[in-house]
Design a protein around this ligand. Sequence first.
Ligand SMILES: Nc1ncnc2c1ncn2[C@@H]1O[C@H](COP(=O)(O)OP(=O)(O)OP(=O)(O)O)[C@@H](O)[C@H]1O
Ligand SMILES: [Mg+2]
Length: 311
Amino acid sequence: MSAVSFQNVSKTYITPRGEFQALKGVTFDIEPGEFFGLLGPNGAGKTTLISILAGLVRASGGRVSVHGADVQADYAQARRRLGVVPQELVFDPFFTVREALRFQSGYFGIRDNGDWIDELLDGLGLADKAGANMRQLSGGMKRRVLVAQALVHRPPVIVLDEPTAGVDVELRQTLWQFVSKLNKQGSTVLLTTHYLEEAEALCGRIAMLKQGQVIALEKTSELLRRASAKVLRFKTDNPLPEALAAQARVTGRFVQLPVHDAAEVERLLAAVREAGLVVEDIEVSKADLEDVFLDLMTGQGATPPAQEALA
Ligand SMILES: Nc1ncnc2c1ncn2[C@@H]1O[C@H](COP(=O)(O)OP(=O)(O)OP(=O)(O)O)[C@@H](O)[C@H]1O
Ligand SMILES: [Mg+2]
């Protein structure tokens, strides 16, 4: 049985300006023990899908279940099997960290949860904050508490909606160490993130969502393989000629151009020379997940594949 199953999930929001279809028939399953990535640009529908999974938003159509428990018909069972770290920081300012975790345990009917709470506090680098009031914590610390709260009832499925947004390097490492450990012990993880190198490093499979539709769902290694095979990277202070600018990804003085074969490298270098660009640190390297992502979101790859190809 799948850990999480999305079957033809749709969601239409009613807004003052009319109806808006945020999800258009999303279908995929996540197997027990997977570390699964859900990627997509702002507004693609990731949080909507997760909110439906968590029972916070009602789907307009389709079915969603957690280890077989339907999130609507069998809400309590489904909820118990999920630990959800929400994208937005929500917390009760009057509790201390430990109280918040005790309270959350109580919500799931768990008493004497002290040992596990201590392990969570330790594992997430919160031990010295246990007695601090929630409102005294920095943003990053609050996020750690949200993670601890989501895990307090030892859910088999952990859902993280952009847990590392605005979080420093140290917390990211602490968090990934802890979550990876739980994943190795058998927990299923569903992660959304805009840090593509994070998804590349952690996720075994990745689904890419665009405008409410799954446009790719593959093993991370396959996704990387199908990318325009290589990237030509260099630095320059000169403006790019139009022909190059059209296909380039430019970040400040860093320029990246997709290349498919050696002849293309030669063509591009000739164009660089012709334009009289002064370049530094030229290299040809493997495409990363960000290259694939941009390729899919902007390019031809954006046509949705047939449903049966995803099943
Ligand atoms: N309550 C709501 N009412 C109306 N429209 C909504 C509502 N919630 C979300 N939307 C719209 O649905 C679309 C999907 O939003 P969602 O939050 O699921 O995107 P997301 O993929 O999580 O984006 P981000 O990466 O920015 O978090 C957006 O266009 C958003 O404006
Ligand atoms: Mg979101």
